[in-house]
Write a protein that binds this ligand. Structure first.
Ligand code: DGT
Ligand code: CA
Ligand code: CA
Ligand code: ZN
Length: 587
């Protein structure tokens, strides 16, 4: 079993704790805490990133920690990181996982009571507290004991529901509460910040900020905590509150006057590393940043900002799209006026991956709406073209000549639809474990375009998987590699493949890589989007819709593209029809 991101986060935090307890200097401790934070917010598995030799692309990991991780991934036994953690008894780390119990208190308790079993540590501490034993420890008191019990209870309560939401789910949740908050005329503006504004693929909690006059603050906060879906109020102050809603998810609200809106947007959009880097840059210029604005360090003079653009402008930094505020190169590029011009939702002119209900005895799920209805939806969205890409006929249920007949009949059905949208007869064809395509050769002559995707045998060696994909892509009819990594967020890991080799092959043969916008897929993941673009590959953004209404979801694919630094010209379905047709013809 490869270590997961969570394992590595715990490892790095453990090293930070071991350093704290053994008196190592503060900067090294902070470096490990920062690194743990960076890994926690990664959207790819760090092990995969390491395997592909790209650890250096993770912002927040310095060269020394990278080197230690490299050693650890190669062989954890006897590695530097493992040795550091072994200096402290294991139950200490376990106890520290409850929020509010730091390394020092955890260490004292474990040592004083000689607790040696990490599995029962929480039970052990709880029963000690029940017998009032912790109160008796020197430096601990009634209050400490209570805090510790509370922290353990909180940790255990959260236990099951720590999972992050996928972006579209969190987006909906935010939309609902924003609509509810807007019932009050006192709320003149309200919007999501944090990871939701950055359009991260997974969201921990929802952060909202509302523009409200001071005198109306109390009313607005009361309205917020009275939200019908709130199961508990986590905190309530004059200008901020937190609620927990069904499913154990948290929503934070901050209220501010108009004149500080821009500073607030900047501060709470993050991510943390971006803010740290911006703050470091500002300090060198003699300014300190906070949620209230920009302060001149020398004079103490405070500048406030109504808009975020003005905030960045004051620092002579171009406004940075939230999707790329990740603490990488973006500030440096913004200073040089060299930020990318990211693709936008309005650039999209069509898509290539929707499933209709036209029955070709598909190998997987059939769509719910007719070709006509899908075409109508495309027209409403202002699209110029649309490819109908049902799953290939199931090989177990029809023979080759029946399959060919079904594809011919679908081509005729597509041709009959009256619509201003250029319809393309397409298929999403299974890549079989040996790399063969699950479609009779004769059927290809009825297809305008074809997507190939992996829907089975996800666990294969990296070599075999790479060969399998290349073999499929070598078919001259193939134009798109569908949902390339096969991941399903929170459910299925990415397949292992040599992406550089796949990307090179796709580029050479004018095959586009898909960004599949399906909410659990968001695949290619943003990190691979970035690499593909740097490699000169072209991408397409598709919804994989199985109903006309689902075609609205293309937006989420655009967000993934933006987080991967994609510009309009990187995405084929931003292009006019003639360009698309010449790509299809192989140019
Ligand atoms: P999440 O909720 O885990 O999906 O990720 P975020 O990025 O929404 O993180 P969250 O909710 O803890 O905080 C929201 C934003 O507030 C974060 O992106 C940046 C800012 N922020 C939070 N804590 C700090 C901090 O200690 N320093 C600075 N400068 N900014 C912070
Ligand atoms: Ca958040
Ligand atoms: Ca938050
Ligand atoms: Zn598929």
């Amino acid at each position: 079993m490869h270590p997961t991101n969570k394992d590595i986060v715990i490892l790095l935090k453990s090293v930070a704790a071991a350093y704290t307890l053994t008196g190592v200097n503060q900067f090294r401790i902070i470096a490990y805490q920062k690194a743990a934070d960076a890994v926690e917010h990664l959207t790819q598995e760090i092990y995969d990133v390491w395997q592909n030799g790209h650890l250096d692309e993770i912002p927040g990991l310095g060269p020394i920690i990278r080197q230690h991780l490299d050693e650890y991934f190669t062989n954890p036994v006897g590695s530097y990181l493992e040795k550091q953690t072994q200096k402290i008894p294991a139950p200490v780390y376990k106890l520290m996982q409850s929020p509010g119990i730091g390394p020092k208190r955890a260490f004292r308790i474990v040592q004083e009571f000689k607790l040696d079993n990490p599995k029962t540590i929480f039970e052990d501490v709880k029963s000690l507290a029940a017998k009032n034993k912790i109160v008796e420890l020197e430096g601990f008191g009634e209050k400490s004991q209570k805090e510790i019990l509370k922290a353990i209870n909180l940790y255990e309560e959260r236990g099951q529901k720590e999972e992050r939401m996928v972006l579209p789910v969190a987006g909906q949740m935010a939309e609902d509460i924003i609509m509810y908050m807007k019932q009050l005329p006192e709320v003149s503006e309200i919007q999501p910040l944090g990871s939701l504004r950055r359009k991260a693929p997974t969201i921990g909690d929802i952060d909202l900020v509302a523009v409200v006059e001071q005198r109306n603050a109390e009313k607005v906060i009361n309205h917020f905590t009275a939200y019908s879906r709130a199961i508990s109020v986590q905190g309530k102050g004059d200008v901020k509150a937190s609620i927990m809603v069904t499913g154990g998810k948290r929503i934070d609200l901050d209220i501010i006057p108009r004149k500080r809106y821009g500073s607030m947007l900047q501060y709470f959009t993050g991510n943390k590393l971006h803010n740290i880097k911006l703050r470091e840059y500002a300090l060198r210029k003699g300014y300190s940043l906070n949620e209230f604005g920009i302060k001149e360090v020398k004079t103490g003079k405070m500048h406030t900002f109504e808009t975020e653009e003005a905030f960045y402008e004051f620092l002579h930094v171009d406004w940075i799209p939230p999707e790329i505020r990740e603490g990488g190169e973006e500030i440096k590029l913004a200073l040089q006026h060299a930020l990318p011009n990211l693709v936008e939702p309005k650039d999209m002119k069509g898509e290539f991956h929707v499933h209709s209900d036209f029955d070709i005895v598909p190998s997987h799920d059939i769509g719910m709406d007719s070709i006509e209805k899908m075409a109508k939806k495309a027209e409403e969205l202002g699209y110029i073209y649309l490819a109908l890409s049902e799953h290939n006929p199931a090989m177990s249920r029809v023979d080759e000549s029946q399959a060919v007949d079904l594809i011919r009949r679908k081509a005729e059905a597509v041709a009959k639809i009256k619509t201003p949208v250029k319809l393309l007869n397409s298929l999403e064809i299974d890549i079989q474990p040996n790399g063969d395509l699950a479609l009779a050769e004769d059927a290809f002559k009825y297809l305008d375009i074809a997507i190939v995707s992996i829907h089975s045998s996800f666990k294969m060696s990296r070599d075999d998987m790479t060969k399998r994909i290349l073999k499929a892509l070598a078919h001259p009819g193939v134009k798109i590699l569908g949902h390339p990594t096969g991941r399903q967020i929170g459910k299925r890991e990415e397949i292992e493949a040599d992406w550089q080799t796949v990307f090179d092959f796709a580029k050479k043969h004018h095959i586009a890589l898909e960004i599949n916008a399906w909410h659990e897929r968001l695949d290619l993941p943003e990190g691979l989007v970035r690499r593909a673009i740097q490699n000169g590959n072209k991408l397409v953004i598709n919804t994989d819709a199985h109903a006309a209404s689902q075609m609205d979801g293309l937006l989420y694919g655009v967000y993934v593209a933006r987080r991967g630094w994609a510009e309009k010209s990187d995405i084929i379905n931003t292009q006019p029809l003639d360009r698309v047709m010449s790509w299809i013809k192989g140019k």
